[in-house]
Design a protein around this ligand. Structure first.
Ligand SMILES: Nc1ncnc2c1ncn2[C@@H]1O[C@H](COP(=O)(O)OP(=O)(O)OP(=O)(O)O)[C@@H](O)[C@H]1O
Ligand SMILES: [Mg+2]
Length: 496
């Protein structure tokens, strides 16, 4: 019998009428990488927030090395040797990378003067030891999401903890960065550190985890050795039914005339003369590494970023896109990558988040038709399987993945003729991904056109009619997605 470094026993937690956790046990052995799995809203993040004192459990106990322990807040948990990399990043945007890495534990000398020099040295030394480059002086607000995530990870790692909890750490990382993170995780494991790992990417579980625990609807389903299980079995445990396929079958859909032409698009210091055409009824996938310019194309076409030059034609007519207002008037929509900051209003209800940009659809003249608003919001919530007690709940009370679904719902309801999806399934569980793919097919069948940016090649391959590959601000290639096309071909272009 191996000893448990952490035992959570009989943990129960309700938020109002929502029972997030119902008598849950989690037993983690010292030095293992233990995966915590489950659909969006299953209770994974809540369980971890009970561990670190963000929430108090209604019932249950926590034992660390056999000793009953209660942390009242993150600081106490950190002092007790447990650190956390959260799903929703906890960085102070107005501070530097270095200040964030040492947040809450700035070093000072005997006179109380902050010792930037030694902190910088420690930071650089640490970054070097994990083979990662990062300028400690840069403001966090200027970093990409992936870089922000690395700051958060570095902060947790530099604390010298016994247990590190990672809640979807790879959701925003590029494949190269994920590779680096896994190396770091292996180094930590060799040092005897225990890791609790949450992810919706099941391949990762098989790559780095030793054991796993599945939650469903706030209940324990099973705890298993990774070596003894298979992906289809895990999916079945998570969603509660068997799922034969991760992707719906590709249906033939007619592709029509050009709806969007982009010529010679340059953005300051980024895009280097991009040319492409999107056709009616087409799903155009954009692959490439994080930082290769995929999101910049999306933002430029949506009028969200300033462009240096470039011409646009919509339905064969030359148009000017200089603001998001212009884009929306041309029926172009964007579901942004960073949905927390750009896509949603977390203090508003689920319903308002869906209808707020679509008020004309639920109004007659200037009069809001409340019944219709409720009906339409309910319909979208149901179609995407958003887990919420009601459509009147505030968005920030939903689990991370369910917040993502609401932002998607807003744009799918908006019915734009050209919809740009930037990482549409990030943080979304297997079952819900399938539903989203079906909705994308539904849109193109109705003659809409979709540009889909994704870091998950299987998703690009399964859905796209054509695939564009970006590298360092340049369009490397644009190919028909045919039978013989292989992921290696695309990766070759993505790596330049
Ligand atoms: N602060 C809160 N107020 C009300 N309900 C909440 C709150 N936090 C979580 N919940 C509810 O508790 C349940 C579990 O949420 P949790 O965030 O733990 O899910 P999760 O497994 O982490 O999902 P995801 O994969 O989407 O991140 C959900 O139904 C969610 O709506
Ligand atoms: Mg979560």
């Amino acid at each position: 019998m191996q000893e448990h470094i952490l035992s959570m026993r009989g943990i129960t937690k309700a938020f109002g009428s929502t029972v997030a956790l119902d008598n849950v046990d989690l037993n983690v052995r010292a030095g293992e990488i233990h995966a915590l799995l489950g659909e969006n809203g299953a209770g994974k993040s809540t369980l971890m927030k009970i561990l670190n004192g963000v929430y108090a459990a209604d019932k249950g106990e926590i034992l660390i090395n056999g000793v009953p322990t209660v942390f009242r807040n993150i600081r106490e948990a950190m002092a007790g040797g447990i650190s956390f990399v959260f799903q929703e990043l906890n960085l102070v945007l107005s501070l530097s990378t270095l200040e964030n890495a040492f947040l809450g534990r700035l070093k000072s000398d005997s006179r109380g003067i902050i010792d930037w020099k030694s902190m910088t040295a420690e930071f650089n030394g640490f970054m070097k030891s994990i083979d990662f480059e990062m300028d400690p002086g840069r403001l966090v607000s200027e970093l990409s999401i992936a870089e922000k995530q690395m700051v958060e990870i570095a902060r947790a790692l530099m604390l010298d903890s016994k247990i590190i909890v990672m809640d979807e750490p790879t959701a925003t990382l590029s494949s190269e960065e994920i590779h680096k993170l896994f190396n770091i995780i292996r180094i930590l494991k060799n040092k005897g550190i225990t890791i609790i790992y949450i992810s919706h990417r099941l391949e990762e579980i098989f790559q780095i985890c030793d054991r796993l625990t599945v939650l469903r609807d706030g209940k324990n389903i099973c705890t298993l050795d990774v070596a003894e299980t298979t992906k289809p079995y895990l999916i079945e445990q998570m969603v509660g039914r068997s799922m034969d396929y991760e992707f719906p079958e590709r249906e033939a859909h007619p592709i029509g005339e050009p709806v969007l032409d982009v010529k010679n698009l340059f953005t300051p210091g980024f895009l280097q003369g991009i040319n492409f055409t999107l056709y009616r009824g087409e799903i155009l996938g954009i692959a490439g590494l994080v930082g290769s310019g995929r999101s910049e194309i999306a933002r430029a076409v949506f009028g969200a970023d300033k462009i240096e030059k470039g011409d646009f034609w919509v339905d064969g007519k030359k148009v000017s896109i200089r603001s998001t207002m212009n884009a929306k008037a041309l029926s172009i929509g964007l579901v942004p990558e960073d949905r927390k900051d750009e896509g949603s209003s977390i203090e508003l209800s689920v319903m308002k988040n869906i209808t707020i940009t679509n008020l004309d659809k639920v109004s007659r003249g200037i009069v809001l038709n409340r019944r219709k608003e409720v009906r339409e919001a309910k319909r979208m919530v149901q179609e995407l399987g958003v887990k919420t007690p009601s459509i009147h709940h505030r968005l920030d009370q939903l689990s991370g993945g369910n917040q993502q679904k609401v932002v998607l719902a807003k744009w799918l309801y908006n019915d734009a003729d050209i919809l740009i999806l930037d990482e549409p399934t990030r943080g979304i569980d297997v079952g819900a991904k399938y539903e989203i793919y079906l909705l994308i097919y539904e849109m193109v069948k109705r003659g809409k056109s979709v540009i889909m940016i994704s870091s998950e090649l299987p998703e690009i391959f399964a859905l796209s009619d054509r695939i564009m590959v970006m590298y360092e601000g340049c369009l490397q290639t644009c190919v028909e997605n045919h039978e013989g096309l292989k992921p290696e071909d695309i990766m070759g272009f993505a790596l330049g």
